[in-house]
Design a protein around this ligand. Sequence first.
Ligand code: GUN
Length: 295
Amino acid sequence: MSAEIIDGKKISDDIKSELKAEIVRLKNQGVVPGLAAVLVGDNPASALYVKMKAKACEKIGIYSEVIKCENSTTHDEMVDLVSELNKREDIDGILVQSPLPDHIDEPAITVLIDPGKDVDGFHPLNQGLLLAGRPRFEPATPMGIVEILERSGHNPAGKNVVILGRGFLVGRPLSVMLSTKTRLTNATVTICHTGTPDISDYTKKADIIVAAMGKAMFLKGDMIKPGAVIIDVGTNQIDDPDHPKGKRLVGDVDFDSAKDIAGAITPVPGGVGPMTIAMLLKNTVKACKIRNGLI
Ligand code: GUN
């Protein structure tokens, strides 16, 4: 039997429609959410992500400003730029696209962003609030995973969840979110990583697997329990001579072998990716409401 394909694009479109309606209500009260995205250098993937984020903002009525900086921008110039954006009344959210060039101290820049405008949820204060069980801004990708599970009817409460990867952007915060006791989380969470001797031991017992370790097509059908829910966070370009461009995008899951065993699976593209952008928009609207005393 073939798995249900979870349509992240459709779910993210629903969320964006809900946000658009909320932004109309905010505008009727004289409030316009604003997001500033800072792009440093000429990394094509970063440029594409920032463009997609700005376009998504404009589509639902968020004021969006993209600040493009030369690769040669100094650390001190970045400090000045973030300080300016922190002061701007019309900017509710600040996003500094990662990775920054090596000569800029990225963690030092992250700490400088006003935590009230940290819509990426990367500031240590927001990370600490998440750990303390009082989340304010959570990172967009794990937030999108919790939401895609909810909206596709796969509530993780009481389930065995295995997360592959302990990264700062996805695995680590997601493990905290999914193990927290809420109506939509409350799962038993295991994180597998490079120190795990036999990952199959864990994945074969999992009701839900989140693959977020950045290894192309790592999770195969014979590593999963029949009927499991598979969330694929990977975005890997692989060579493919049969493809017109000579390469194609694949996830951390071997989709073709997994789809015949899994109960449900997110595709790449069209799964978690669109959810990440929708959650950034959601955090920006939330920041705007908090800053205007509306929540
Ligand atoms: N680079 C890769 N993912 C992200 C993200 O979610 N936010 C930012 N700022 N940079 C990224």
